[in-house]
Design a protein around this ligand. Structure first.
Ligand SMILES: [Zn+2]
Ligand SMILES: [Zn+2]
Length: 361
């Protein structure tokens, strides 16, 4: 059994839950408000990556299963794996287990929830109603597979100065005149035609990219393909970590270690580096043969980000979705209607065909 924190009302002894939007705890029974004293997180704060990874413990976060004894109802219960804040499954008592019991790094900051559960639910309805190429029955038949869960998810944020040297080719368009044999009244004549060609030249160079707070997931609960969507946060609203923000929500410990997270961040950075290289090559077309990048002044911080998470069932399959708990945007896995896609492709093909036919007469 391990020790945990439970936030209790001084007036009546009931649970204090985080009050969304108020930076306070609020009593679920008597309404007593207890403001949280947490300053905005200095967003220029970053830990030195190089010195951090010299410690082997950052590589492989161990799975943990915390077992607790509820002080309210007396039940013993296990928190889900790698979860450090949750409710007692029998009496809803809010519990927060200290992060340092199982992880080297405590979160630096927390992005507080601003979206209420009912707002998240209507964001989901709107999202599913607005999906293109979704089966028509989806909206009626999508069945909530599990209740929507407010959860703080660990996210890593990386800064880096990246110096890249590249080699590639630059292509410039030029027009030239060629002679094409053409049949006119049964005779073959040579006709002039202007065509656009590309002249390729080798090009190499160096570019610099400065990255600030590239976000990658610290959780394995959500699929990696959600990552792009989950990088969209207003980080200036981040507060210094305070476990009171977690009261009434689930919160996960990071499961993706620091070096692995940095590799994910490098993938994200690499996309930006490639477009910088393309701009540097210039011309009308670019080919990149090779990029060699050096990452300097790498800094990181660990944040907890608010998400409403659930899943729905449709035709025996389960689709996961998540709603950003800060801005209410929805994103998820989804079914496609093959019928609608094929229909649209055929319609477009017919249209293109008709345009072709008419432009040749
Ligand atoms: Zn109270
Ligand atoms: Zn209990």
């Amino acid at each position: 059994m391990i020790a945990y924190t439970h936030f209790k009302c001084n007036q009546c002894g009931s649970d204090l839950d985080y009050a969304i939007g108020l930076h306070s705890l609020k009593c679920v029974s008597c309404g007593e408000v207890d403001p949280i004293e947490a300053s905005p997180l200095d967003m220029y704060l970053a830990h030195d990556y190089k010195s951090a990874i010299s410690d082997i413990d950052y590589f492989d976060p161990q799975n943990v299963n915390h077992e607790l004894k509820c002080e309210n109802c007396g039940a013993n219960f296990m928190l889900p794996v790698n979860v450090h804040a949750e409710e007692c499954p029998y009496c809803d008592l809010n519990v927060v287990v200290p992060v340092e019991l199982s992880r080297k790094l405590e979160p630096d900051g927390v992005i507080p929830f601003e979206i209420h559960q009912h707002q998240a639910e209507s964001a989901f309805d709107q999202w599913i109603g607005g999906l293109w190429f979704a089966p028509s029955a989806l909206k009626r038949k999508a069945i909530q597979a599990q209740s929507i869960l407010g959860s703080y998810m660990p996210m890593w944020a990386f800064d880096a100065q990246v110096y890249s040297s590249y080699s590639g080719q630059r292509g410039d368009n030029y027009t030239t005149t060629i002679h094409v044999p053409t049949k006119v009244n049964g005779r073959t004549v040579m006709k002039k035609q202007t065509v656009v060609k590309i002249r390729w030249r080798y090009k190499s160079g160096k570019v610099h990219n400065s990255f600030d707070d590239v976000m990658t997931m610290g959780t394995e609960t959500l699929p990696v393909k959600f990552q792009n969507f989950l990088s969209d946060w207003d980080l200036f609203k981040t507060r210094e970590y305070n476990n009171k923000y977690l009261s009434g929500f689930r919160s996960e410990l990071y499961q993706i270690g620091l070096p692995e997270a940095f590799n994910l961040a490098k993938d994200v950075m690499h996309r930006t580096i490639r477009s910088t290289v393309r701009r540097d090559i210039g011309g009308d077309h670019q080919r990149i043969d090779h990029i060699d990048s050096v990452y300097q002044q790498v800094g990181f911080k660990l944040l907890l980000a608010p998400m409403w998470i659930s899943a729905f069932n449709y035709k025996d399959k389960t689709y996961r979705y998540v709603i950003n708990g800060q801005n209410g945007k929805a994103h998820g896995e989804r079914p496609y209607s093959v019928f609608k896609i094929v229909g649209t492709v055929l319609a477009v093909a017919t249209l293109v065909g008709l345009i072709y036919v008419f432009s040749h007469y």
